[in-house]
Design a protein around this ligand. Structure first.
Ligand SMILES: [Zn+2]
Length: 91
């Protein structure tokens, strides 16, 4: 899994950052926007990520960042310890 998801061919380092026009997971090495469906995440978590992305700019930034941090922890648990994901807070 997670081969050929971006120009790196293989990456194990990702970042979570909300951009309402794109899926919220990006390659941390090349900055490519990744398809959330390439990740072995539960539907519950995917829906939570989409919802969080949609709410982007509609809720206070501190609230947005708190949810994002929480979602990052959940993604970490679901993708396994061989992958790294960091959260990029909105400013
Ligand atoms: Zn990449």
């Amino acid at each position: 899994m997670l081969k050929d998801v971006c120009n790196c061919k293989f990456t194990n380092s990702f970042k979570l950052e909300a951009d309402f026009v794109a899926d919220p997971i990006w390659c941390n090495a090349c900055g490519w926007n990744l398809d959330i469906d390439d990740f072995p995440l539960t539907d519950n978590l995917k829906n939570a990520l989409y919802q969080w992305t949609e709410q982007c700019k509609k809720i206070p930034i501190n609230e947005h960042n708190a949810i994002g941090q929480n979602l990052t922890e959940k993604v970490k648990e679901e993708i396994g310890s061989e992958y790294r994901i960091i959260f990029i807070p909105d400013k």
